[in-house]
Write a protein that binds this ligand. Structure first.
Ligand SMILES: Cc1ncc(COP(=O)(O)O)c(C=O)c1O
Length: 432
């Protein structure tokens, strides 16, 4: 019998489990289960996990209800996705991609962005193929790559230099030479996440062009994770990598209905790519989930069809702009540095000046972890606001870079954010 440290603590294995779980960091207690409501005081405000404390708009919920009352909508859909949703995606995204998307060959509905990404890895990776990802990275990439035989290779995004008094997410920079140095004969893919979780960075045209040149030179597949594409704040432009010259043929772009319509539990996402990428990915996804949740695909279709009529995305963006202002207002009052996000609903707070007693009664799960785990725990207990330590978004070797930050999510209603801002005033006494 072997012992695996599962998400809920050590479990004796009667049958040994696959080593791929350990390799994909899937057995260590992850940050989400440590900073989970169950482990924190009941009145702690959760600004850690990136889901909303509000639901989708009622006109979309009505569409979901209607679909549930139908017959065909309660059964299997075509593995490519329901035609109504693919049509709606085509109409919404064709102008944004500057090309007429083909509903039969260039759009694939998936069970959330996660499953879409997983299916691309299944479809394209050979054992030992290397996949470049920028750090910090969305934590799901790592197991999704390694479960499919791939090897993650990390290229850091460099934090803003200390000399910048008021950094923005744009001050997190990539070095194209480091990207080039990371390429080997086994490199197959690059993942780019823009707007970026957890930094909030929106990659500039120049940065994307630099990556495009590398992708072309080394014949790489490029995965664009654009799940926050509709959350880009005033003053910044979201560039779709697939629209850069020559990039369409090698790019798969990933979207999430959950992020778009505040419906993260619906598990619907989709991919936009040329037929040469969609076709093998369809073969993989058909054997993984067969098809995605049917009734909620109908509701998602209604969302894209009617978004313009309701000015939904414009309103949502202005609501997030207000939420962002409340949270950063609290940081400004404390005089703490943060990276003003240009996109997403995340903000990184620099916690290097937050002091806590070394002998604070930290739980087992925190002891031995980077400083940001301790600071985030301390803030959650003493201030009553929970956040996510950023070292979790780095490989072990580079975890120290992330240890200076904790991630706040402002995907919460204004009331909650105002309460969080009031509570954060308490942090003042712990700032050096
Ligand atoms: C960058 C990024 N990509 C993908 C996802 C997953 O999206 P979905 O919930 O649609 O699977 C998330 C969710 O947090 C994310 O932040």
């Amino acid at each position: 019998m072997s012992t695996a440290t599962a998400v809920n603590g050590p479990v004796k294995q009667v049958i040994s489990c696959s080593s791929r779980l350990a390799e994909g960091r899937a057995l260590v207690q992850d940050v989400w289960s440590i900073f989970n409501a169950a482990n924190l005081p009941p009145d702690c405000l959760n600004l850690g996990q990136g889901y909303m404390n509000f639901g989708p708009p009622t006109w979309i919920i009505d569409a979901a209800e209607k679909a549930l009352r139908g017959v065909v909508e309660n059964h299997y859909s075509h593995p490519r996705g329901r035609i109504r949703l693919r049509e709606a995606i085509k109409n919404f995204y064709s102008p944004r991609f500057g090309r007429e998307l083909d509903v039969n060959t260039e759009i694939l509905v998936t069970s959330g962005a996660n499953e879409g990404q997983y299916s691309v890895f299944t479809a394209f990776l050979e054992q030992g193929d290397e996949v470049i990802m920028f750090e910090p990275f969305f934590d799901q990439y790592l197991p999704s790559v390694t479960f499919n035989g791939g090897k993650p290779v990390y290229v850091p995004l460099h934090p803003p230099p200390a000399t910048i008094a008021k950094p923005t997410s744009n001050d997190w920079t990539m070095d194209v030479n480091e990207l080039r140095q990371a390429i080997t004969p086994r490199t197959k893919m690059i993942i780019i996440n823009t707007p970026h979780n957890p930094i909030g960075k929106v990659f500039t045209r120049q940065e994307l062009e630099q990556i495009a040149a590398v992708a072309e030179e080394f014949n790489l597949l490029v995965m664009l994770d654009e799940v926050y594409d509709l959350l880009v704040y005033k003053g910044k432009e979201h560039i779709r990598f697939a629209t850069l010259p020559g990039m369409w043929d090698r790019t798969v772009t990933v979207y999430s209905v959950g992020k778009a319509f505040a419906a993260t539990g619906w598990r619907i996402g989709f991919l936009i790519a040329p037929a040469s990428i969609i076709q093998p990915t369809l073969a993989a996804t058909t054997r993984i989930v067969f098809c995605s949740n049917s009734p909620l695909q109908e509701a998602a279709a209604c969302g894209y069809e009617q978004a313009e009529k309701y000015q939904f995305f414009e309103t949502q963006l202005s609501e997030y702009t207000e939420r962002r202002a409340i949270l950063i207002g609290a940081f400004d009052k404390l005089g703490l540095k943060y990276s003003l996000p240009e996109g997403t609903y995340f903000v990184l707070l620099d916690i290097s000046r937050v002091k806590f007693p070394e002998d604070y009664p930290f739980p087992e799960s925190i002891i031995g972890r980077c400083r940001d785990f301790k600071a985030a725990w301390f803030i959650a207990i003493e201030v009553g606001v929970s956040t996510i330590p950023v070292s979790e978004f780095y490989c072990e070797e580079h975890a120290d870079i992330g240890a200076a930050y904790t991630r706040f999510s402002f995907a919460k209603d204004v009331e909650t954010l105002k309460r969080a801002a009031e509570r954060l005033e308490k942090l003042k006494q712990y700032i050096e």
